[in-house]
Design a protein around this ligand. Structure first.
Ligand code: NAP
Ligand code: G3P
Length: 485
C-alpha cells in the first residue's frame, strides 16, 4: 500500500493518467513541518508542460468515465472510504506533521471524510431526473415532453486549501467523480502530501487511469496557467478571498464554485445562556488554532451582559492547552508558517495600540501564537474586520441587536454567524437580517453535517456546497424533448 507514491529521498510523485510519475524538470518544493521545520517530503514543482499533460489526460478519460454506471462509480467510492479509514494512522500522522493538526482533529477529519465519500455515493444513487409536460405553459398543448437528465461538466479543477487538506479535497473529488466528471486536484502546497495520499487512496480503490490526476506546484507560479487552461470545464476552489477573486477575474465562461474567507460573528443577546455561549464561542474560535473558515472571528455582545460573558470566555481560554500536535488534549498548535503568524501578530499589535483590553494571551513564540482574547475592540481596529486565521478573538460591545446586525453586515464577508438567545422570535428576526450563507442558533458556526447546504455570500464565496448541492453544482441539466404528433 502507498507504493509508487514516493521515490527516493522522500520525493513524491504525481498521479498522471494512472501512473505515479517522477518530476520531469527535477524541481521540487520542500514541505517542512510547521512544528519543527524538518522536511516531511518534497513535491514536484510542475512545469506548465507537465500541467498540460495532466489536464489532457483528464480530458481524454472523461468520455469513458462519464458512461460508467453510477452504481459502479459508487462501488469505487465506498472502497476509497474504507481504505481511508484503514489507513487512518498513516494519514493522521501526515496531517500532524504536514499541517500541525492535533491528533484528535486529524482523526476526526479522516473519519468525517470517509463518511462524506460514502454519503456522496448514496446520494448520487438517489438523484433522479424529471420529465416536464408542455401544457402548463400558456399556448401549449400536451404535445411536448422534456426529459431532463443530469450530465457531467467535463474536467473539474479542484483547488484545496491547507487547513483541511483531506476533507476539502475529497469534498470536491467525490461529488465531481460521481457526477461523471474527471478531476485534476491541485492541493495547497503545504497540504500537498495529504492531497497526494488521498489520490493514492482513490487509485487503490480502482479509479481508472486519467479519471483523477494531481498537480503540485506553487499557486503563484502555475495558478494562472491552470485556471485559464482551455480544457478546464469547472473550477471548484476553496481558499482565501484574495486568490478566489483573482481566479474569478482571469477566467471566463467557466463555472466557479468557491468557498472563501469569513469573519463569522457570534451575536450574544441579553437573555442568552452565557455558559453555553462561552463554551461554544471558545471551541469555535480556537480549535485548530483558529485556522478554520468557520471559526468564530468576532463576538458582538449586548453591553449589559458583556462583562459576565467576557469573564466566562476568559476562563475557558485560560484552560486551552498550547503545544505540539501530538500532545494530548492540545488545541493551540504552531500556525501553518511564520508569515501567517506575522499577520496575526500585526492584528494583535494594532488592537493593542488602539486601546483594546487584552484579557488573555498576546504572546508569541515563533509561529505559535498563544490564545488571545481582546475586549473593547472598536470599529477602527483591524481586528474588527480582518480574518486573522489564528487564535485571536475580539469582543465588540454593542448597545442592542440592531447595532449587532449592522456591524455584522458591514463586513465584506458573509459565511456564517451565530445568534445566542433563548427567544426564538429574536433569533429568527436576526437570522433573517444577517447577510450570510448560514445562521446557527445557539451553536458555533460550523460546516457540518456535510449534507447541509454550505455557502458564503459577498466575499465569502460563489455557489453552494454540501453533498447533494455539490453534485448538482458540478453537473448540468440537459433536456431532450419528445415532440408528439
Ligand atoms: P490560499 O492561500 O488562497 O490557497 C488556496 C489554494 O489556492 C492553494 O491550493 C493555493 O496553492 C492555491 N493558489 C494560490 N495562488 C493561486 C493562483 N494564483 N491560482 C490558483 N490557485 C492558487 O488559502 P489557504 O491559506 O490555503 O487557506 C486559508 C484561506 O482559505 C482562509 O481565507 C480561509 O477562510 C479559506 N477557507 C475557506 C473555506 C470555506 O469553506 N469557505 C474553507 C477553508 C478555508 P499554494 O498553496 O501552492 O499557494
Ligand atoms: O475551514 C474549513 C471548514 O470546512 C471547516 O469545517 O466543520 O470545522 O466548520 P468545520
Amino acid at each position: 500500500m502507498f507504493s509508487n507514491l514516493i521515490g527516493q529521498e522522500r520525493k513524491f510523485r504525481n498521479l498522471i493518467n494512472g501512473q505515479w510519475c517522477d518530476s520531469k524538470s527535477g524541481n521540487f518544493i520542500d514541505i517542512k513541518s510547521p512544528t519543527d521545520g524538518k522536511i516531511v517530503g518534497k513535491v514536484p514543482a510542475m512545469t506548465k508542460d507537465e500541467v498540460n499533460e495532466v489536464i489532457v489526460a483528464a480530458q481524454k478519460a472523461h468520455n469513458q468515465w462519464r458512461d460508467i454506471p453510477i452504481n459502479e462509480k459508487a462501488k469505487i467510492l465506498y472502497k476509497a472510504a474504507d481504505i481511508l479509514q484503514e489507513r487512518i494512522n498513516d494519514l493522521s500522522d501526515i496531517l500532524i506533521r504536514e499541517i500541525a493538526k492535533d491528533k484528535k482533529s486529524a482523526e476526526s477529519e479522516i473519519n468525517r471524510t470517509a463518511d462524506y465519500i460514502r454519503f456522496t455515493a448514496d446520494t448520487a444513487k438517489n438523484i433522479f431526473g424529471e420529465t416536464i409536460a408542455s401544457d402548463s405553459f400558456p399556448g401549449f398543448d400536451r404535445s411536448k415532453i422534456s426529459v431532463v437528465t443530469r450530465e457531467s461538466m467535463g474536467v473539474v479543477l479542484a483547488i484545496s486549501p491547507f487547513n483541511y487538506p483531506i476533507n476539502l479535497s475529497a469534498s470536491k473529488i467525490a461529488p465531481a467523480l460521481i457526477a461523471g466528471n474527471t478531476v485534476v486536484l491541485k492541493p495547497a502546497t503545504q497540504g500537498s502530501l495529504c492531497g497526494l495520499y488521498l489520490a493514492k487512496v482513490f487509485e487503490e480503490a480502482g479509479i481508472p487511469a486519467g479519471v483523477l490526476n494531481t498537480v503540485t506546484g506553487r499557486g503563484s507560479e502555475i495558478g494562472d496557467y491552470i485556471v485559464t487552461h482551455p480544457e478546464i470545464d469547472f473550477i471548484n476552489f476553496t481558499g482565501s478571498t484574495e486568490i478566489g477573486m483573482r481566479i474569478a477575474s482571469i477566467t471566463s465562461m467557466v463555472p466557479l464554485l468557491m468557498e472563501l474567507g469569513g469573519k463569522d460573528a457570534a451575536i450574544v443577546l441579553e437573555d442568552a445562556d452565557l455558559d453555553l455561549a462561552a463554551s461554544n464561542i471558545v471551541a469555535g474560535a480556537y480549535s485548530y488554532s483558529g485556522q478554520r473558515c468557520t471559526a468564530v472571528k468576532r463576538i458582538l455582545v449586548i453591553d449589559k451582559v458583556a462583562d459576565e460573558l467576557a469573564e466566562k470566555i476568559k476562563k475557558h481560554v485560560l484552560e486551552l492547552k498550547v503545544g505540539n500536535p501530538t500532545d494530548e488534549g492540545v488545541t493551540i498548535t504552531p500556525l501553518i508558517d511564520n508569515k501567517s503568524a506575522d499577520f496575526v501578530w500585526e492584528l494583535i499589535d494594532d488592537a493593542r495600540e488602539k486601546g483594546a483590553h487584552l484579557l488573555v494571551g498576546g504572546k508569541r513564540d515563533g509561529n505559535i501564537i498563544y490564545p488571545t482574547l481582546f475586549d473593547f475592540v472598536t470599529e477602527d481596529m483591524r481586528l474588527a474586520w480582518e480574518e486573522p486565521f489564528g487564535p485571536v478573538l475580539p469582543i465588540i460591545r454593542v448597545k442592542d441587536k440592531e447595532e449587532a446586525i449592522k456591524i455584522a453586515n458591514e463586513s465584506e464577508y458573509g459565511l456564517q454567524a451565530s445568534v445566542f438567545t433563548k427567544n426564538i422570535d429574536e433569533a429568527f428576526y436576526i437570522a433573517k437580517k444577517l447577510e450570510v450563507g448560514t445562521v446557527q442558533i445557539n451553536n458555533k458556526p460550523e460546516r457540518g453535517p456535510d449534507h447541509f447546504p454550505f455557502s458564503g455570500v459577498k466575499a465569502s464565496g460563489i455557489g453552494t456546497q454540501g453533498i447533494k448541492y455539490s453534485i448538482e453544482a458540478m453537473s448540468r441539466l440537459k433536456g431532450t424533448i419528445i415532440n408528439l404528433k
